[in-house]
Structure formats: structure tokens, C-alpha cells
Design a binder for this molecule. Structure first.
Ligand SMILES: Nc1ncnc2c1ncn2[C@@H]1O[C@H](COP(=O)(O)OP(=O)(O)OP(=O)(O)O)[C@@H](O)[C@H]1O
Ligand SMILES: [Mg+2]
Length: 239
């Protein structure tokens, strides 16, 4: 089991953003989370790697409760890809990719550079290693951000709307890299509005609304046979 989430509650002041979530996530699941704005999707993802601290409840990762202390030991094993890339603008592409493995003493500089170059080659950006993020297109930046998580050999990658900030012509290149990654033995949890991608890629779909997981099932059942009026409406509005 990758995650066991037990009675997770997150409040911001009086605002209950995650409302008693219970969920188990198994190895190698490819999960998509859909749902209306403000429903708690980002907050939920951020709790899964302790970017947000739960108000109550437990997040158990590979049998161990995630706390600041246990999180340090697994640094890099839970990767995250953000809508706005979050690359360091003052570092080159290859410095961005190799920062974490070098800083955490997981690889020597030589090893990290070698590995980074082989990843860059795979996504046909080998000539960009000395470029700065500002000189890349949005799609290129997001693919670099994905590689930055992959170099740490994560067991889980959390994606929060990885294509929403991109021009339409760049969405495809990011989704196709994500499809490639999904063939590996990595658990992926993706918040996205790209329903076609969600359908092609996912093994499980969660519909979140008002801090709860309202539906949880395989793509056929969630997309084709929604059980709740809320999901039906949401899917109708996406058409
Ligand atoms: N740091 C914060 N401080 C206070 N309130 C917050 C914070 N982050 C999120 N919220 C609130 O929590 C609720 C859920 O937000 P969240 O960003 O998780 O929703 P979402 O489902 O990701 O929405 P979207 O589809 O628009 O990205 C919202 O009401 C939001 O205003
Ligand atoms: Mg969000």
C-alpha cells in the first residue's frame, strides 16, 4: 500500500476544506482527480507530501505516518509537479534537474549530470541544458519539471493541473510525456481537467467536491455511469 489516508481533515480557519477523507492508494495506481474549483483537490495533493499539514487524521505512506521527521527520510520519493512549474529561474535547466539529488547526497555531481543529460535526450531537449527557464516554452518548462522529479526515482508523483497554464499547442507534449512516465512502476495522482487524457490514462478516478471524495471508481463507472447528480452535472458542464 502506498497511502492509507485516515479521517483526514484540513481546515483553514473555519473553512473545512478536506472533510474526513478516507482512502487507500495502491502501488502503481494511475489516479485522476476531477472536481469543481474550490473542492479541495490541490489541498488534498499538498497534504500528501506535507506541503500542507493536516488539521487532524493520518496520512500513512508505506506503513509509516507522514510527519516532518519521517518525511525527511523519504525526501524525493514523493515528487510533485505544479501548474506553474516552480523551476528556479536563476538556475539553468540542468542545475534545476540536478539540484535535489546533489543537495540530498543521493548522487555525485557527475552522476546527476549524466542522468539528467540522458533524461533531457529522451525528451529531445539535450541542447537546452544551459538554458534558463525563461528561455523555454511553457511545455518545455513543464517537461523539465517532470524530469526534475523523475531523477529522484520517486515512488509517487503528484501532478496538480500540469497543463492548465500551457498554450493549447503545448498541452500534447506534456501529456505524452506523462503517458510515457505512466508506463513505469510509479504511482501517479493527477488533478486535471483534460478528460480525454484522464480517460486514456487512468486506472481510477476520484471526483472531489466540497472537501469530500464523492465518487471513486474505474474510468468506465465514473465517466460513463456517474452515480450522483453532482458528478453528472460536473461532467455535463465539461462537455
Ligand atoms: N493557504 C490557504 N489559506 C486559506 N484558504 C485556502 C488556502 N488554500 C486553499 N484554501 C481554500 O481551500 C478551498 C479549497 O481550495 P483548493 O485550492 O484545494 O481547491 P481546488 O479543488 O484545487 O480548486 P481549483 O480547481 O480552483 O484549483 C478553497 O475554498 C480555498 O479558498
Ligand atoms: Mg487546485
Amino acid at each position: 500500500m502506498v497511502y492509507q489516508i485516515k479521517d483526514l481533515v484540513k481546515k483553514f480557519g473555519d473553512n473545512v476544506v478536506l472533510n474526513h477523507i478516507n482512502l487507500e492508494i495502491k502501488e502503481n495506481e494511475k489516479i485522476v482527480i476531477i472536481g469543481p474549483s474550490g473542492g479541495g483537490k490541490s489541498t488534498f495533493l499538498r497534504c500528501l507530501n506535507l506541503l500542507e499539514k493536516p488539521t487532524s487524521g493520518q496520512i500513512i505512506y508505506h506503513g509509516q505516518e507522514l510527519t516532518e521527521k519521517t518525511y525527511k527520510a523519504i525526501q524525493g520519493k514523493i515528487g510533485m509537479v505544479f501548474q506553474n512549474f516552480q523551476l528556479f529561474d536563476n538556475m539553468t535547466v540542468i542545475e534545476n534537474i540536478t539540484l535535489a539529488p546533489i543537495l540530498n547526497k543521493i548522487m555525485s555531481k557527475d552522476e546527476a549530470y549524466k542522468k539528467a543529460r540522458s533524461y533531457l535526450k529522451q525528451i529531445h531537449l539535450e541542447d537546452k541544458e544551459k538554458s534558463y527557464p525563461a528561455d523555454l516554452s511553457g511545455g518545455q518548462r513543464q517537461r523539465v519539471a517532470i524530469i526534475r522529479t523523475l531523477i529522484m526515482e520517486p515512488s509517487v508523483i503528484l501532478f496538480d493541473e500540469p497543463t492548465s497554464a500551457l498554450d493549447p499547442e503545448m498541452i500534447g507534449e506534456v501529456l505524452s510525456l506523462m503517458m510515457e512516465v505512466s508506463k513505469q512502476n510509479i504511482t501517479m495522482i493527477v488533478v486535471t481537467h483534460e478528460l480525454k487524457f484522464a480517460y486514456d490514462y487512468s486506472t481510477r478516478v476520484l471526483f472531489m467536491d466540497q472537501g469530500k471524495i464523492v465518487e471513486d471508481g474505474d474510468k468506465e463507472s465514473v465517466f460513463k455511469h456517474p452515480k450522483t447528480e453532482r458528478l453528472k452535472q460536473f461532467l455535463d458542464n465539461m462537455k
